[in-house]
Design a protein around this ligand. Structure first.
Ligand code: ATP
Ligand code: MG
Length: 741
């Protein structure tokens, strides 16, 4: 059976999979089979009896990847995958803390705050402390707290050097105290708390170090300092670490990812045991050539090249649109054509640099009735109605959670006003109690709310997870509220979807796909209660669960979210200067290192640009067969129309692999020195615009000019006009203030 397992691997991959019990670094480019090697090694180690399933710790980048890995392992091995430690950093930290909640100083049913929840908690704290939110912006406070946690620093470890940082540090400390009181933990807290737990608790550390003989890490290039330190705590003298990564795909420096970890890993663990994989199995030749050429322009690389045994394949299609709307309708047309030719929608991905770009694309897809699914953006578990339902559930399991209490105490409306709540909060603060405790001992409507929660608790005690959630949605009045709202149908549907998600979750955790009872750990909690596990899952998997998953739908996501994935056809949209590369990239890297000064600013600008280029490299290498690159001259973003030049990344690609799809010979830029092609193409016969090539026209703003070309028809028709003063422009006839001269 193991021979069969190794059959579909090339010699280097096979060598990596079957490495003896020692640490190694697999350094290889996109699509070279790193993830495949990691998964296969895990199966191989178990199958050949070198390690028990419980002796493996595997960290992947998304819950989805973790789930796939578990599914693969259970398909190949007739073993119980229950209790296996496969997950994301946050998922595994959560698991560790649930198992050892007492040692970690947390209540058994501590709740996880996503970043929205965290921000509201910070605002609430600042209000109670009377802090000027103009001077100390809550978002900056959040960034300060998270940045320090990710660097492994508690408030007491932060070196405050001026009044501002002293105040920030005070807020950090007060915020942590508030979380502790309420029994909640934010994302970076999970990791830091888990780290501290193992760091301080020698017997526990010993236990895990003895247990984990093999630690495997995917996407190692994107680990931050704390994550790396965390991993090292698990590694005992007999643990082999197997890290796979690609420095060219490091795209989280802005969040503290540290590629230096790779060099450090090589020195500390791998001792020069580095395997490179260079054959790419994902993409056709032209796509790979484009990716290789692009990334070769980064100065800071460990250096490697990729080749493919596949032919060149199709050229890369480039489309210049004059507006974001035209870009969107181009995408829709191409998607439909590919779909008609037999490609599944789910095999196509529409990528963009920033979430704000998705609106126009979604609108066009929706109008054309193309099913699509957005990953990230407004995530399922972050939708207002879903969060309301989750807040009720959180109160059922942990009534001290003031954030959850405030969210739903008067939603749907129960006549509990702001004044009542202020009094309640004052009372609670004086007594050093939670809002819940204050509500239970108080009277009136607030006590009525407490009674409602108590009743729900009783009824749901004997119900299955899905039934319990269904009951809460009804009994809380949420269902009625959205039924009565004429725009509530979608929200109601999402609440039903929450019940479905819970049912699916229950099924999957039966099958051992999620963190569950960890009987193998002495002193650990026997099992996590279903509701707590589900709530943790909802917080941790917020970006990944999608309503209606399973239907064939076009995949929309940011380039960041596409990491590790692959698609037959990929559209990379919005390739414009300022957008991709993003204009904030220089700023972001400046923030990462606190220095300023022109020297280091230039260096930061450069490294910001290199990170953007790596991001483009990630985007290109998602495509297997067909790749589209598009940009728009004008785009509505954040309520403003902006005009931009095409991305420099387009110029960095080798021309021989590109195919220009535009019928017109060149795009036209409003602000460049570009002048129209000398010989206008012949006028379209039978155009329905009432204008013809060669005709003189007047424009309200640009003055007089002459029509030199046409495109499209009906409401999509546009003309190219060569203006005397401002050069030539493409104008949409439907909007242009144009009249015959
Ligand atoms: P990324 O850097 O994007 O995460 P990766 O290095 O992890 O990529 P994989 O996703 O593991 O690459 O593999 C890319 C594709 O190539 C997958 O479809 C995988 O199944 C396929 N593949 C990998 N190795 C082989 C092989 N030896 N023979 C055939 N197909 C392979
Ligand atoms: Mg991978």
């Amino acid at each position: 059976m193991s021979a069969h397992l190794l059959e579909n691997l090339n010699p280097e991959q096979r060598a990596a999979v079957t490495l003896p019990h020692e640490s190694a670094l697999i350094l290889a480019g996109a699509g070279s089979g790193k993830t495949r090697v990691l998964t296969t090694r895990m199966v191989w180690l178990i199958q050949t009896g070198q390690v028990s399933p419980l002796g493996v710790l595997a960290v992947t980048f998304t819950n989805k990847a973790a789930k796939e890995m578990m599914t693969r392992v259970s398909a190949m091995l007739p073993i119980n995958t229950r209790g296996m430690w496969v997950g994301t950093f946050h998922g595994l930290a959560n698991r560790l803390l649930r198992t050892h909640y007492r040692e970690a100083g947390l209540p058994q049913s501590f709740q996880i705050l996503d970043s929205q929840d965290q921000l509201s908690a910070i605002k609430r704290l600042m209000k109670a402390m009377n802090v000027d939110t103009e001077k100390y912006e809550p978002k900056k406070v959040q960034r300060f707290i998270n940045g320090n946690k990710e660097a492994g620093l508690r408030a007491r470890d932060v070196e405050a050097f001026d009044e501002y940082s002293m105040r920030m540090t005070e807020l950090y400390e007060a915020y942590d105290a508030q979380c502790q009181r309420e029994g909640v933990a934010d994302f970076p807290e999970l990791l830091l708390r888990a780290y501290e737990l193992l760091y301080r608790n020698e017997p526990l550390r010993q236990h895990y170090q003895d247990r984990f003989r093999h630690i495997l890490i995917d996407e190692f290039q994107d680990t931050n300092t704390l994550q790396y330190r965390w991993l090292k705590l698990f590694a005992g003298p007999r643990t082999a670490l197997f890290a796979v990564g690609d420095d060219d795909q490091s795209i989280y420096a802005f969040r503290g990812a540290n590629t230096a970890n790779m060099a450090e890993f090589e020195r500390e663990f791998a001792h020069g045991n580095v395997i490179k994989l260079e054959q790419n199995y994902r993409s056709h030749g032209n796509i790979l050539t484009a990716a290789n050429t692009l990334i070769s322009q980064n100065a800071h690389r460990l250096g490697k090249n990729l080749w493919t045994a596949e032919g060149d394949g199709e050229p890369i299609r480039v489309f210049h649109a004059y507006s974001d709307q035209e870009e969107a309708s181009f995408v829709v047309d191409e998607v439909r054509a590919l779909n008609r030719e037999g490609m599944n929608l789910s095999d196509m991905a529409l990528l963009y640099r920033s979430n704000a770009q998705s609106r126009v694309l979604e609108h066009a897809l929706f109008s054309a009735s193309v099913p699509y699914r957005v990953y990230g953006g407004l995530r399922f578990f972050e939708r207002q109605e879903v969060k309301h339902a989750l807040a009720y559930l959180r109160l059922l399991t942990n009534p001290e959670d003031d954030g959850a209490f405030l969210r739903v105490v008067n939603f749907p409306a129960r006549g509990i006003g702001a004044r009542t709540l202020e009094q309640l909060a004052d009372g609670a603060a004086r007594a050093g109690a939670s809002l819940w405790q204050a509500a239970c001992t108080g009277g009136g409507k607030v006590a009525g709310f407490a009674k409602l929660i108590e009743d729900m608790k009783q009824v749901t005690a004997d119900l299955s997870l899905a039934e319990a959630i269904d009951h809460v949605i009804e009994a809380s009045g949420l269902a009625d509220y959205y039924r009565a709202d004429k725009e509530g149908a979608d929200r109601l549907e999402n609440l039903n979807e929450l019940v479905n998600a819970a049912a699916l979750f229950a099924e999957e955790s039966e099958a051992g796909i999620y963190d569950d009872a960890d009987a193998s750990t002495p002193g650990g909690a026997e099992s996590f209660r279903a509701l707590d596990t589900f709530l943790a899952h909802a917080a941790l998997e917020a970006g990944e669960h999608q309503a209606g998953a399973g239907h064939d739908a076009l995949q929309l996501m940011t380039v960041h979210a596409a990491k590790g994935l692959e698609f037959h056809a990929v559209f990379i949209t919005g390739l414009e200067e300022g957008l991709f590369p993003h204009e904030q990239s220089a700023y972001d890297s400046t923030r990462a290192s606190a220095r300023s000064g022109s020297e280091s600013f230039r260096a930061n600008e450069e490294s910001g640009l290199e990170e953007e280029r790596r991001l483009m490299y990630v985007a290109i290498t998602r495509a297997r067969r067909r790749l589209y690159l598009s940009h728009a001259q004008s785009r509505m973003l954040h309520g403003q129309t902006r005009y931009s030049l095409p991305s420099r990344f387009l110029d960095e690609l080798p021309e021989q692999v590109l195919l220009n799809l535009n019928r017109r010979s060149e795009p036209v830029y409003p602000s460049g020195g570009y002048s129209a092609p000398a010989a206008p193409r012949s006028p379209q016969t039978g155009n329905d615009t009432g204008y013809k090539v060669g005709q003189s026209v007047v424009h309200a703003k640009f003055g007089t000019g002459i029509i030199i070309d046409f495109e499209g028809r009906g409401s999509d028709a546009r003309v190219q006009v060569k203006f005397r003063e401002v050069g030539s422009k493409w104008l949409a006839l439907a909007y242009a203030k144009l009249s015959p001269a």
